[in-house]
Ligand binder design. Structure first.
Ligand code: SGN
Ligand code: CA
Length: 538
């Protein structure tokens, strides 16, 4: 072949390649989003986080096949506000849902509405904890309020229906049914699959009533914390496993160790005969053995921890099973490649750390939350992200993946490029607020700033106290270093950072005051309503 002919062939081939690259292709199919969230699921109770407490093989798959975030955190560690934040991409003091008590305004923008307007089919199944008909969903089946573990009611597109069975399993079945039978295969989907479990009062499924029997769990090292050197808020909370958890509601004893009825029997009225018989067959011998042992002091406190943690982990077993079923289905249906799967919780939870259950505080266990994300097209298996992402970031991240413009007033950042490894640049500090006081568990109002190493918090309203922690030297936050002269410069920097973030996000003392007044007024109204009802009953 002569040289000229060869050159012409090469030019022709290059030209064809160039031309074909520029031919408009069929529009790339938008990714599906499966957003799995459970309620109060501590990262300590996901085996991928390495705490050696329980096994969650299905949730762990997301970490193996995708990414695990070690410093994901929330903006306000309480259920309904957390949900409002993740839907709107805005801090509580902007979206208005600052506590569990006051109403949520569904008329504002949220990411499912924006996805829906951009060709997505959307569904919300499980716990939402926000009053009113959910907006932004083609299908919704949500628990009213907290919902029940056994034979729960659901609002199916707003209409109340009772379902026989175990809540976690019903939510999974409904999710699968929607994916298999209700989904429009011609549209990308965004499904919110949100479990109630492992929320208090941790009622396990019939098949797991005896899981972990015969094992004794050691409580965390600071289970017997006396809060020395910490502020008033840590001393006056009401969330101690050995102290505030109740014999009936929490420990599932029909009578307490002195033989007094606890009221737990009333909770069994919702069960059917078979469920009740299974329950009593499992718990009665354990309860009797406990009474016979006549435990006191530390031994009793450790028994309480064990009853708590076992029930808590039993409910998680069903959550993990559900994740497995849904992941299997995505694979079977050929959807796994093009679906972003997220697993998270509405906040973290104390599993006996500081002696506690519940959440609310900006201390690590409730401030941080589990986060695992799988998206084979962009995320390498085994990715680990240590940056401070927040639930504020979900809405912009999902919109980014869907190719929908993120509204300018959303306050979070898309973590799409962070998790794919495209960029390492990220924020160096996050802002936190908590408002629900006085209320159940009595955690005082506070706000604060966290960097990867330090935390500064201000507790206000009926106190005015600052706390500061160095997570590198004190990961369990046992030593308040706010007044430690060795940290004067750090304290100054954190104060500056806090002011910067309050300004950036639009928070202020006036906001704190406004929300405090609204909360107290709301509580007063509720008190008056109760008094009127009582008067009527007389
Ligand atoms: C209920 C629980 C509390 C819990 C709040 C808020 N008590 O009141 O322990 O802190 O919900 O939880 S219970 O008697 O109903 O179990 S949240 O997750 O909804 O914010
Ligand atoms: Ca919660």
């Amino acid at each position: 072949m002569n040289r000229r002919l060869l050159n012409s062939i090469i030019i022709l081939l290059l030209g064809t390649a160039f031309f074909s690259c520029n031919t408009p292709k069929e529009e790339v199919q938008k990714p599906n989003i499966l957003f799995i969230m459970s309620d109060d699921h501590a990262y300590q109770a996901i085996s991928a986080y390495g705490y050696d407490l329980n096994e969650t093989p299905n949730i762990d798959r997301l970490a193996e096949e995708g990414a695990i975030f070690t410093h994901a955190c929330v903006t306000n560690s309480i259920c309904a506000p957390s949900r409002a934040v993740l839907l709107t991409g805005k801090h509580s003091f902007i979206n208005g849902k600052v506590d569990n008590a006051q109403p949520f305004n569904w008329d504002q923008d949220n990411f499912p509405k924006l996805l829906q307007a951009n060709g997505y089919q959307t569904a919300m199944i499980g716990k939402i904890h926000l009053d009113g008909l959910p907006q932004g969903f083609d299908f919704s089946m949500v628990l009213p309020g907290q919902g029940a573990y056994y034979n729960p009611d659901f609002l199916v597109n707003g209409e109340k229906k009772r379902f026989e069975g175990y809540c976690t399993e019903i939510i999974t079945e409904t999710m699968l049914d929607w994916l298999k039978n209700k989904r429009d295969p011609n549209k990308p989907f965004c499904a919110l699959y949100h479990q109630k479990a492992p929320h208090r009062n941790w009622k396990p499924a019939p098949k797991y009533l005896n899981l972990y029997d015969g094992i004794t769990f050691d409580p965390p090292a600071n289970y017997f914390d006396d809060y020395e050197g910490r502020g008033t808020a840590a001393h006056t909370q009401e969330m101690q496993v050995d102290g505030h958890a109740q014999w009936g509601h929490d420990f599932k004893m029909i009578t307490d160790p002195d033989g007094n009825p606890t009221g737990f029997e009333n909770e069994l009225q919702r069960f059917n005969e078979k469920q009740k018989a299974d329950w009593l067959a499992a718990y009665t011998p354990k309860n009797e053995a406990m009474k016979a042992a006549k435990l006191k002091g530390k031994e009793l406190a450790i028994w309480k921890y064990n009853r708590y943690i076992k029930d808590y982990l039993r409910t998680i077993k069903s959550v993990d099973d559900g994740v497995g079923e849904v992941l299997d289905y995505l694979e079977e249906a050929g959807l796994a490649e093009n679906t972003i799967v997220v697993y998270t919780s509405d906040q973290g939870f104390y599993l006996g750390e500081h002696g506690w259950f519940d959440k609310r505080f900006m201390y690590e266990e409730s401030f941080r939350t589990p986060l695992l994300v799988r998206y084979p097209k962009e995320i390498n298996p085994g990715t680990k992200i240590d940056k401070l992402v927040q639930n504020l970031d979900f809405a912009p991240t999902f919109l980014d993946y869907a190719g929908v413009e993120v509204p300018a007033d959303m306050q979070g950042e898309s973590f799409r490029d962070l998790v794919s490894g495209k960029t390492g640049e990220w924020r160096d500090a996050v802002y936190y607020t908590y408002y629900e006081y006085p209320s159940v568990h009595m955690v005082k109002r506070h706000y604060g700033v966290a960097t990867e190493r330090y935390k500064l918090m201000h507790f206000y309203y009926d106190i005015d106290e600052w706390e500061m922690y160095d997570l590198q030297t004190d990961p369990s936050e046992m030593k308040n270093i706010y007044n430690d002269p060795a940290y004067t410069d750090v304290q100054k920097d954190l104060h500056a950072k806090l002011t910067e973030l309050r300004n950036k996000y639009g928070d202020s003392d006036e906001n704190d005051k406004k929300y405090l007044e609204a909360y107290l007024a709301h509580q007063e109204k509720a008190r008056q309503r109760r008094a009127e009802q009582q008067a009527k009953q007389k």
